[in-house]
Design a protein around this ligand. Structure first.
Ligand code: FES
Length: 412
């Protein structure tokens, strides 16, 4: 980490004042804060002063900002010397901040610094042609693509001494340069194979649903706590009730009481094991009896206000509170189900994009266990399931039938 000192007196200007335009801008920033909190505008004002002064902050500018905000000079000096985004000495046309914190250091920052030192001289000094100066700074938040540098406002990542030198040549010559990763990575994607975050439940909305429900409960607790206690009591009661019921699902019935909740029971029933967080989501859905579980999941995916199943899509003409099967019967033809999965080996329907753990369970309760069953749905059967799950149009939009067909085919 470089020393953070003001530039020598010989380099300091005698005074500093914002231009009329910048002074107006500064007043606008200060006005954003309540009376007595004007000091909160210190960073934007220092930034504007640096910009006006050719990219570095002289002492007089620091004092002018302090005076503008009614702060002691030392307080603003503390801010300016803490953040390396503020240059305290003159900088080159291209100011290079090289990250030297551990991840970058492990990935080659030492070599970058050595290369900069060799080409530009010591840090903090502007090259004779005025083009460059450099400084070692702490983590700039692009560790995934280490090592990296910031040049003026832009980040350049995945660097080597060679690529950094070429970058500097191009900048000095006015040639276009590529901002970001220099090896073609998009954002911070992996360099090669994907080895992490491979759990699909992270992306199908089910975890978000559980987190959101917990958040809503926490919010409820903040607003009195009564609703949380009620939810918890209802959830516990529903769980105990369900766990004392027979685990075997029925193809002919599709209600939550038939669902197999306990992991051991699910395993013995041949169903796909459910993760604890999915269990929590399912329990939460039960604890809110006014919301059909499909609606809870749908709400998560569409981030729209909750809708009762009877108020959406194909079930519009079904009075509120009526069984979703009645709504579905009015919309299409119920697909035939199986009493149990073939060979006690159900397919993982959550591999079909759009089906989360809750709706997999609801489909299982309809006797739908396999990709080929979904692949064989006719349009009236799609309409029936859409209405039953309160997913108007979504099965077609997400092409569940086509996805299921692919999955069935790929399994051979
Ligand atoms: S460690 Fe270098 S950007 Fe974070």
């Amino acid at each position: 980490m470089a020393n953070r000192r003001l530039a020598p007196a010989a380099e300091q200007p005698q005074d500093f004042a914002f231009t009329p335009e910048n002074a107006d801008w500064a007043r606008g920033q200060i006005a954003k804060y309540p009376e007595g909190r004007q000091a909160s505008a210190v960073i934007p004002l220092l930034w504007k002063a640096q910009e006006q002064n050719g990219g570095w902050l002289p002492q007089k500018a620091i004092e002018a900002v302090a005076d503008e905000l009614g702060m002691p000079h030392i307080r603003v000096l503390e801010v300016a010397t803490f953040y390396t985004m503020f240059a305290l000495e003159p900088v080159g046309r291209f100011w290079i901040q090289v990250c030297g914190t551990v991840p970058c250091d492990c990935c080659g920052a030492k070599e970058l610094k050595a290369s900069l030192h060799e080409r530009l001289g010591p840090s903090g000094k502007v090259t004779a042609d005025g083009n460059f100066s450099w400084l070692e700074v702490e983590c700039l938040g692009a560790c995934c693509n280490a090592p990296m540098v910031q040049i003026n406002q832009d980040y350049y990542e995945d660097l080597t001494p060679e690529s950094l030198n070429k970058l500097m040549d191009d900048l000095a010559a006015g040639r276009p340069v590529k901002v970001g990763s220099q090896i073609g990575r998009v954002s911070s994607e992996p360099k090669d194979a994907v080895n992490t975050l491979t759990d699909e439940s992270l992306f199908d909305g089910s975890r978000v649903g559980a987190w959101r429900k917990r958040f809503e409960q926490t919010e409820g607790a903040d607003q009195g706590g009564e609703s949380v206690k009620k939810d918890e009591a209802a959830s516990t009661e529903a769980r105990v009730k369900d766990e004392t019921k027979p685990a075997r699902p029925s193809a002919g019935r599709a209600n939550e009481s038939n669902a197999v909740d306990a992991p051991a029971e699910r395993a013995s029933a041949g169903q796909t094991p459910v993760k604890p967080e999915d269990e929590a989501q399912a329990r939460d859905a039960k604890a809110a009896p006014s919301q059909d579980p499909a609606v809870v999941e749908d709400k998560v995916l569409r981030t729209e206000p909750p809708q009762h199943p009877a108020t959406v899509g194909a079930g519009d003409d079904v009075p509120e509170g009526e069984n979703p099967e009645a709504r579905a019967d009015a919309a299409g033809t119920r697909p035939k189900g199986l009493d149990t999965p073939r060979d006690d080996r159900p397919d993982d329907l959550t591999k079909i994009k759009g089906i989360g753990p809750i709706n997999q369970r609801r489909l299982n309760d309809l006797g739908v266990w396999h990709y080929d069953q979904v692949a064989a749905w006719s349009p009236p059967e799609v309409a029936w399931v859409s209405a039953y799950l309160a997913f108007p149009g979504r099965i077609d939009r997400e092409n569940w039938v086509g996805q299921a067909s692919d999955l069935a085919g790929s399994r051979g």
